[in-house]
Ligand binder design. Structure first.
Ligand code: ADP
Ligand code: MG
Ligand code: ZN
Length: 476
């Protein structure tokens, strides 16, 4: 029996606001436990939440970026559950009237484009953090995170493989970074993913029973957890057993999922509109202002770079990985207007150097102007492409400009004809047999002679010039 996986993701993204969603406590990460708290976010009785307008704007940006319809009117609701990291006994979220619905995200898998539907996107508050003591049966609670703003993005069950799930998550992360609404860092918890997965016999329309994998904190683990779950559910189905709808956790160390609790139904949460908060009303003027301030997003940027600079699909994809990388490219092209060359040097050499140190382009020691200067020197014939690679590495590690490095180390390429002609003559004299072969039509031997000249000049001869001069001398 051949089964098909059906996957839908719920993604939580922490929004980068200065203060929390319903109070003025700071959201900065890493403060001493329970110092970023106040009566509102620790849920004291009698306090009143006040919505942070900035949260709505950042959430609107995300909603627009993923092509959702923003509701002119949405409501906050209380979602009740009891857990020590939730002091009020309920989380303020949105339920029947979410901020926005019906969007899509375009992903690419194996060179194929595909749209993943977005069911809804809503705003909510984060819960606190529990820290479990490894040595004693004690848990600690840190409420600094309580009330940090989140958006939850719920996808349609349109995803069909672990690879598509990862591609979707990477796309969302790329978008929140382009929008500047979150750092989207999964390892640090600013982007978290719950994955719902079920199997159905291929060809069957109806979905099977799903399990939900909670809070997986890296792309790799999403992939692994889903792969594991496909194996587990396949084995059960083949054995004639039923899948139980439940919430499971991923054990990173063991590489397995295990049951956490039976799946709660919506009615278990006793949702009702939060009477302490007024409805969120978004009029056309507000919507237009937010739209105006949207940056160019990845898909649009990719299309533009291909059109404006004639980049290939692949190059455009690499260059638009992040906004700072695309900016770097465009700044460099402005100084050295040969887009293909610039994108090659960034895509191959610069990214290799950055990757070695796990560094991002925004902290790259070589400026776009520095790279452009280097490329100009290759174009002029001052240095060869091969030399330039070494010089770029030195620029990367020492922050000097290319001219200084060339001067200091006497690296300039020899293009001077009279100097090169002398070496060419010398090599021709030293290799009469090879010269004879060339003249009798075995022109492949040219490479050997060029090699000898390069050796003699310690690699500093301009190879193009050497070829020219050598051919001329051999034919005369
Ligand atoms: P809940 O709030 O109980 O988690 P929702 O109905 O909002 O449930 O769905 C949550 C996610 O589960 C959505 O992303 C949806 O696409 C996905 N989903 C729903 N049914 C299935 C299914 N049978 N198999 C896989 N994913 C599913
Ligand atoms: Mg869920
Ligand atoms: Zn507070």
């Amino acid at each position: 029996m051949d089964y098909e996986a059906i996957i839908g993701l719920e993604v939580h993204v922490q929004l980068q606001t200065k203060t929390k969603i319903f109070c003025s406590c700071p959201t900065t990460f890493g403060a001493l436990a329970n110092t970023h708290t106040c009566p509102v976010c620790i849920g004291m009785p009698g306090v009143l939440p006040v919505l942070n307008r900035q949260v709505v704007e950042l959430a609107m940006k995300m909603a627009l970026a993923i092509h959702c319809n923003i509701a002119p009117f949405s409501l906050f609701a209380r979602k009740h559950y009891f857990y020590p990291d939730l002091p009020k006994g309920y989380q303020i979220s949105q339920y029947e009237f979410p901020l926005a619905e019906h969007g899509w995200v375009e992903i690419e898998v194996n060179g194929q484009g595909k749209k993943v539907g977005i069911t809804r996107i809503h705003m909510e508050e984060d819960a606190g953090k529990l820290i479990h003591d490894e040595n004693r049966p004690v848990s600690y609670v840190d409420l600094n995170r309580t009330g940090v703003p989140l958006v939850e993005i719920v996808s349609e069950p349109d995803i069909r493989s672990p690879e598509e799930a990862v591609s979707y998550l990477k796309k969302l992360r790329q978008m929140v970074r382009y929008l500047g609404i979150s750092d989207g860092n999964m390892e640090e918890g600013s982007m978290r993913c719950d994955a719902n997965i079920s199997l159905r016999p291929r060809g069957q329309e109806e979905f099977g029973t799903r399990s939900e994998l909670k809070n997986i904190n890296s792309f790799r683990h999403v992939q692994k957890a889903l792969e594991y779950e496909i194996r587990r559910q396949t084995a059960l189905l083949l054995d004639g057993q039923e899948i139980v709808q439940e919430t499971r956790l991923w054990d990173t160390a063991k590489g397995v999922t295990f049951p956490m609790r039976g799946k709660e139904e919506a009615h278990d949460y006793r949702y009702f509109p939060d009477p302490d908060l007024v409805p969120v009303e978004i009029d056309n003027a507000w919507l237009a202002r937010v739209k105006e301030r949207l940056p160019e997003l990845p898909d649009a940027k990719r299309t533009r770079l291909k059109r404006q600079y004639g980049l290939s699909d692949y190059d455009a994809e690499v260059i638009t990985t992040s906004k700072p990388l695309a900016d770097y490219f465009e700044e460099c092209v402005a100084r050295f207007p040969s887009p293909k060359t610039v994108s090659n040097w960034i895509g191959v050499e610069l990214l290799r150097l950055l990757k070695q140190e796990d560094r991002e382009i925004d902290t790259c020691p070589v400026s776009p102007a520095g790279l452009a200067d280097l490329l100009k020197l290759i174009e002029k014939g001052t240095i060869s492409g091969k030399m330039a690679k070494g010089i770029l590495e030195q620029m990367y590690h020492g922050k000097k400009n290319p001219r200084e490095i060339i001067e200091e180390q006497g690296l300039a390429q020899v293009s001077d004809e009279s100097a090169l002609s002398a070496v060419v003559d010398q090599i021709i004299k030293a290799h009469p047999k090879e010269v004879e072969k060339y003249r009798s039509g075995k022109t492949k031997i040219l490479g050997f002679l060029v090699g000898q000249i390069m050796k003699e000049t310690r690699g500093q001869a301009n190879p193009k010039k050497v070829n020219e001069l050598l051919k001329r001398a051999l034919l005369s």
